[in-house]
Design a protein around this ligand. Structure first.
Ligand code: AKG
Ligand code: FE2
Length: 329
C-alpha cells in the first residue's frame, strides 16, 4: 500500500474564528490567522466555527430553501435568472467547464441589494443588478436578506484573518467590499438515481471562481474535496460551522500561495440535499494583482493584473447555458 505524501490532507481542518470578533484579542486573532494560513496553503478548505451567524437564522434560511424548491415550476420560473445572475436556475442549466453532463441541481441566486439608481447598476456592469424575489413572500425575502447580511459580516472577519495571515493590515480588504459581488445561492440536489450515468454529479468536479466561498450544508452530506494524491476526502456536515474554501481568483491574487482545491457533490444518500454557498467576491472594479508578501525572489509575481468583475463574468459565461448562445446539452 502506498501512503499519501506526508503533507497531504485526509480531513478538513476546523478553525475557531471567535477571537476575530473581539477587537482587543490581538494575540487570538494572530492565532486564528496562523490556522487560516496553514489551511489555505495546504488544503484550500477549512470549516469555521463561532462565526456569529445565529443558528436560528441558519435554520430559517434552510427552511426558506426547502419552501422555495417545493413551489410549482411555474412560480419558480416566474423569477427565472436575469442578466445579473439573480433568480431561479432550473435543472440542466449548469454545465461546469469540462463536465459533459449537466449537474443534477436547481438553484436560486441573490446578491448585494443594489437599487436601480446605484451607479454600478447605471453603468450596466455584468453581474450587477436587482435581486428578484417572489411577490407576496415578504418574510421569505427578509430572512434571506438577513442571512446574507450576517454571512457578509462573518466573511469580513475571515478576510481579516486572511489579511493578518499575510502580514497585512487587518482591514486590508475592507475597502474592496463596498458594493461587492458577494452572491448567495440556495441549492437543491435531488437524490441521484442509482442508475445515473457515470459522470452524473450533483456538482461536477470544479474549483470556485472567486475569492472565498462560505458554504452552509444540510446533514445529508455528499461534498467531497480532492487532495493532492487525487483522493476524494469527505467534507461532512459539522453542526454550527460553515465550510470556507479558496477560489481561483484568491489563488491567483496570492501568487498561488493559497490553493483553489477541486471539489464535487455526489448525492448518493437517497435523500434530497440542500446547501447555501455564498461566493464572497469583492467590488467589480477591484484590481487583482499579486498581494504584498506573496512574491519572493524565487517566486516573482506570476500573473498580470486583472479586474475582479471581468474575471468572474468570463467564468460565468463559460458555465451557464442561459448565458450562452447554444442550448444546454
Ligand atoms: O453544495 C455544496 O456542498 C457545494 C456547492 C459548490 O461547490 C458550489 O456551488 O460551488
Ligand atoms: Fe464549489
Amino acid at each position: 500500500m502506498t501512503l499519501p505524501p506526508s503533507d497531504d490532507f485526509g480531513s478538513i481542518p476546523i478553525v475557531d474564528i471567535r477571537p476575530l470578533f473581539d477587537a482587543r484579542d490581538h494575540e487570538g486573532a494572530l492565532r486564528v490567522a496562523h490556522n487560516i494560513r496553514k489551511a489555505a496553503v495546504e488544503v484550500g478548505f477549512f470549516y469555521i466555527a463561532n462565526h456569529n451567524v445565529p443558528a436560528d437564522l441558519v435554520r430559517a434560511a434552510y427552511m426558506c430553501a426547502k419552501y422555495f424548491f417545493r413551489l410549482p415550476d411555474e412560480i419558480k420560473n416566474s423569477i427565472a435568472i436575469n442578466g445579473a445572475h439573480r433568480g431561479y436556475v432550473a435543472f440542466k442549466q449548469t454545465v461546469l467547464e469540462g463536465a459533459r453532463i449537466a449537474d443534477l441541481k436547481e438553484s436560486f441566486n441573490f446578491a448585494y441589494p443594489f437599487t436601480p439608481e446605484h451607479p454600478e447598476v447605471l453603468a450596466g456592469k455584468p453581474l450587477v443588478g436587482l435581486n428578484q424575489w417572489l411577490p407576496n413572500e415578504a418574510t421569505w425575502r427578509s430572512i434571506l436578506e438577513d442571512y446574507y447580511q450576517h454571512v457578509f459580516e462573518a466573511g469580513q472577519r475571515v478576510l481579516e484573518g486572511i489579511a493578518l495571515s499575510l502580514d497585512l493590515k487587518r482591514d486590508y480588504f475592507r475597502s474592496m467590499y463596498k458594493h461587492p459581488l458577494v452572491r448567495a445561492r440556495l441549492l437543491h440536489y435531488p437524490p441521484q438515481p442509482p442508475e445515473a450515468a457515470a459522470g452524473q454529479y450533483g456538482a461536477a468536479p470544479h474549483t470556485d471562481f472567486g475569492c472565498i466561498t462560505i458554504l452552509w450544508q444540510d446533514e445529508v452530506g455528499g461534498l467531497q474535496v480532492r487532495n493532492r494524491s487525487g483522493e476524494w476526502v469527505p467534507a461532512p456536515y459539522i453542526d454550527g460551522t460553515f465550510v470556507v474554501n479558496i477560489g481561483d481568483m484568491l489563488a491567483r491574487w496570492s501568487n498561488d500561495l493559497f490553493v483553489s482545491t477541486p471539489h464535487r457533490v455526489v448525492n448518493a444518500s437517497g435523500q434530497e440535499r440542500f446547501s447555501i454557498p455564498v461566493f464572497y467576491d469583492p467590488d467589480f472594479d477591484t484590481t487583482v494583482e499579486c498581494l504584498p508578501n506573496c512574491a519572493t525572489a524565487d517566486m516573482p509575481p506570476k500573473y498580470d493584473p486583472i479586474v475582479a468583475g471581468d474575471y468572474i463574468t468570463a467564468k460565468y459565461d463559460a458555465s451557464y447555458s442561459y448565458r450562452q448562445k447554444k442550448p444546454a446539452a
